[in-house]
Ligand binder design. Sequence first.
Ligand SMILES: [Zn+2]
Length: 104
Amino acid sequence: MVYCPRCGKEVREDSRFCRHCGSPLHVETETFTVSGDDLLDRVRELVREGNVTRVIVRSEEGKTLLDIPVTAGAVGIVLFPWVAALGAIAALVARCRITVERSG
Ligand SMILES: [Zn+2]
């Protein structure tokens, strides 16, 4: 048995998605540091790459500022409500860290 990284419940090792919360189980994460000015463009770019399931924006100290669940095929719709929030963060921080989760 393995445990879901999202909800912590037990799931079968060979399943691709958690049967409790639907979260992908084989997730690759990648973290970048970007300047506030580049934040929105970088997030847009990453989401456009396609297999991204989640984008987390953190401060340099590691505090989570924004946690964006991304649904495949709905990129424009998904990102739209977050644009203002990303803009606000960009105005506040000189640099921040972006962690992307990709389904494997
Ligand atoms: Zn789960």
